[in-house]
Structure formats: C-alpha cells, structure tokens
Design a protein around this ligand. Structure first.
Ligand code: EPU
Length: 425
C-alpha cells in the first residue's frame, strides 16, 4: 500500500488541467448497457472506480477497451448475464447504477445490495421506489437486489427523501425509463451537473429526456437507443479541491479545461473567505493574500455547496481568522476527517450534523489515516500548509477519485511524494 508524504509550507502557484468527472463517467458507462451498438466515452480518467465499473460491465457481457488517449470503447456482446457481484459492488457504491439499464434492456437484474459506508448509512430506498413505480418487481435475496420487469411503463413519481434528491437514484430511474412505454415524470430529480451529463448522453443515444438540469425530468420512452460518442464534463470536485489548495496555502492556482458555471456556490464561499476568484469560459483561478477569513459552509444538493467539498473546505477554514460552522445537510455523519485534522492541530468540535471550527494559527504535520476519498483530499490539503512532514496513509481512497493527484500538485510546487507504506496500513 502507498502513502503520500508531504513537506508543508509551499504556497502553490501555477496552472493545472481538470480531469473528467468520475461521477459523470460511472453512470455514463453503465448507460452503455442500453444499446448493442458501440459507444465511445472520451477523456475518461484513469481512476480505480472507473476500472471497477469496467470490470462490472465485462461481467455483464460488455467488451471494454481503454485507449492510451483515455477513450473507452464499449460494445455489448452478450446480454445473457444480469448479475453485478458482491466482490465488485462492495468496493464501489456507484455500481448500483447498472440496475436501471439492466432492467430496461434485459428485464432482469441481480445486483449486490450496496452496504453502508464510512460516512454513514447510504440507503437506496428512493432508487427502488422509482423502479417500482415503473413496474419493476423487486426483492432482496441473500444480499442481492433481485429485480424483474415484464414490461416497463412510464409513471409519475416524487423522488425526494429526507435529505433532498438522490443523484444515483435519479440516474437509475432515468436509465430505466428511457426505453419504457409512455412518459415518465420524475419530480425532485437531482440537478447535479453529472445527472445533466448522463441525460445529455442518453439523448445523444436517441433518448428523449426533457427538463435537463431542472428538478422535474420528463422522459418520453423510445423503442431503442443507438451508440454514441461523448465527452463527459470536467470534474468540479477536483477543480474545487485545487482552488481550496490555493486558498489554504496562500498561493494562486489557475485550473484550465473546466466549467466555472458548475462552481457557483464554491466561488461564493471562496470569496467570502477572502480569496480572489476569476474565471473565463473554461478556466477559473483562485488566489489568496493575507489571512483567511472565517465563513460558514453548509452543504446542500446542487446548486448548493457540494458535500464532496465539505472536508476540503473544513481544512481551509481551520486556518481562518475566527469561528466557522460547517453544516452537513446531505450526509449528516460525513465527519470522519474531524479527528484526523485534530491530530494536525486543527480545533474542531463536532455537534450532530455540524462542526464548529475555531481557526488556528498553524497546523502541525502528522501521520494521518485517510478514511474515504474526500476526507483524504482534506488531509492532503492540510499537509500542504502544515509545519513539517505529514504522512497520509491509505491513499488508495484518494486514487478512487483523483487522477495523479501528487503529480498535479508537484507541478504547482508542492513537495509531495508517493512512497510505499512499509507498515502496510
Ligand atoms: N438517500 C436516501 N435514499 C436513497 C438515496 C439517497 O435517503 O435511496 C439520501 C442519502 O442517504 C443522502 C442523500 O439522500 O443523505 C443524497 O444521496 P445521493 O443518493 O444523492 O448520493 P449518491 O447518489 O449515493 C452521489 C455521489 C457522491 C456524492 C452524492 C451527493 C456518485 C457516484 N456518487 O452519491 O459522491 O457525495 O451523490 O452529492 O455520483 C464522492 O464522489 O466522493 C461521492 C461520495
């Protein structure tokens, strides 16, 4: 196993290119199950989660080829298998996204029930509710969702839960409904750019999805879909992480090949914290001089502040002048990073779904354990500015969602290295 070793104290400066959004690519790859024609997904990131999705597709009879330029070509060769096995699903919750397309094309699915995760329960009741509304018969057997549908019929449904809409739930129902008879109307659909991207890809395959980017999606079922070539959107969470790196180190970073229009809430917060943010059509930059100001962070479904940047921004405000309140309204238990940031001298108290962060003058480098993808990113950010050396262990978490993070940070001047962790942690 590897660890990242960081010598803190360098203000990051320079330009970095954003990668393609993992959370777009995963459901889009699942959507290629909806046609027997070849599909080409361009600029797919070389991430562990993407490799896992390709293994699942292969288990489902899809031939997947990955080219050196990042293009992934898929072609369904055998529609006989309908099982997404536990060994793969347990490593990546997004695997559940094959449920919708399997039902749409093969009328049957056996998908391992995704368990909880390190930041709390992650139910899929809304996925199942939406699929049932389309006429799917569902049961749980031996840890698997066993689903069957003689035919899928368009339906009206409300897909909001206690914490708002569901991203992969909307994706699943969307993929199940594109080939259903009649019209499906999803109220309280997730509006995230990655859901919009999936809908645009489905339309490129010949689907008829309307209301894209709004909380009401209307899907007019079509007879069949064809192959398509598509370049998914840039990763707004990776971009937000680099902007946070500029903010926390007091440097200046420009991220190119990105979509600043997906980052409204993030730009608003960075500005409130005292950073200067500029942007053009496909680039955005963040610079900070002087002390960070305190500011509250409240996560919400898109276009609110993303939960996937909560940990990184908690690291940033841990060095701000004053008290900041971080409120998690999407995943109330997503605070695994609090204790590890505390080992680095951050002063944070967790209260239910909130964390109260008392800004401190400096962070102190320490060995820390990455607990999940975004928490690891927060620890790396803290390490970049901490005094002395930080070792972030269990970096396989970060490799699930950030491509070559250490190489990109090195290009901005960071002193960060990936080394083998002899303790095997
Ligand atoms: N929820 C329910 N019932 C459901 C589904 C969700 O109550 O059936 C609740 C969840 O417990 C949570 C809220 O609704 O409180 C939102 O969950 P959502 O379903 O939107 O999350 P997800 O689709 O499982 C995706 C991303 C996550 C990201 C969330 C929120 C992918 C592959 N994953 O998860 O990304 O945090 O949306 O934006 O798109 C990450 O990349 O690090 C990551 C965890």
């Amino acid at each position: 196993m590897d660890k990242l070793v960081i010598q803190g104290g360098v203000a990051l400066r320079g330009e970095v290119e954003a990668g393609t959004a993992k959370n777009s690519v995963l459901p889009i790859l699942a959507a290629t199950l909806l046609t027997r024609e070849p599909c080409r997904i361009r600029d797919a990131p070389a991430l562990r989660d993407v490799a896992t999705m390709l293994r699942i597709l292969e288990a489902l009879g899809v031939r997947c080829e990955r080219h050196a330029d990042g293009t992934i070509e898929t072609r369904v060769e055998d529609e006989g298998s309908v099982e997404a096995p536990y060994e793969l699903v347990k490593t990546m919750r997004a695997s559940v996204c094959v449920l919708g397309p399997l039902l749409a094309r093969r009328r049957r699915a056996r998908v391992s029930f995704p368990g909880g995760c390190v930041f709390g329960p992650r139910p899929i009741d809304l996925h199942l509710k939406g699929l049932r509304a389309l006429g799917v018969d569902l049961d749980i057997e031996a840890g698997y969702i066993v689903a069957r549908a003689e035919r899928l019929r368009g339906a009206e449904m409300y897909l909001g839960g206690s914490f708002g809409p569901t991203v992969t739930g909307t994706a699943n129902v969307l993929m199940a409904s594109v080939l259903a008879e009649g019209v499906t109307r999803i109220e309280m659909a997730a509006c995230e750019p990655e859901v919009q991207d999936l809908a645009n890809f489905l339309n490129a395959m010949g689907a008829d999805v309307r209301g894209i980017g709004t909380p009401i999606l209307e899907i007019h079922g079509v007879g069949e879909l064809h192959g398509a070539e598509y370049r998914p959107v840039p990763d707004r969470i990776e971009v937000g992480t680099f902007l946070a790196a500029a903010a926390i180190t007091g440097g200046g970073v420009k991220v190119t090949r990105c979509r600043p229009d997906h980052l409204g809430a993030v730009v608003e917060r960075l500005t409130a914290l005292g950073c200067r943010v500029e942007s053009g059509d496909d680039w955005i930059s963040c610079a900070r001089r002087g002390r960070l100001e305190a500011g509250d962070i409240t996560t919400l479904p898109y276009p609110g502040f993303p939960t996937d940047l909560q940990a990184q921004f908690m690291a940033v405000v841990s060095l701000a002048d004053g008290v900041s309140v971080v409120t998690e309204k999407v995943y109330p238990e997503r605070f695994m990073h609090v204790a590890e940031l505390g080992r680095m001298r951050a002063r944070i108290r967790k209260e239910h779904h909130m964390a109260i962060v008392l800004g401190t003058d400096y962070l102190s480098g320490a060995p820390v354990l990455a607990s999940d993808l975004r928490a690891s990113a927060a620890l790396v950010l803290a390490g970049l500015v901490a005094e002395g050396e930080t070792q972030v262990r269990r970096v396989y978490h970060i490799d699930r969602g950030y491509e070559r993070i250490e190489t990109k940070l090195q290009a901005l001047g960071a002193r960060i290295e990936r080394v083998r962790d002899e303790d095997g942690l």
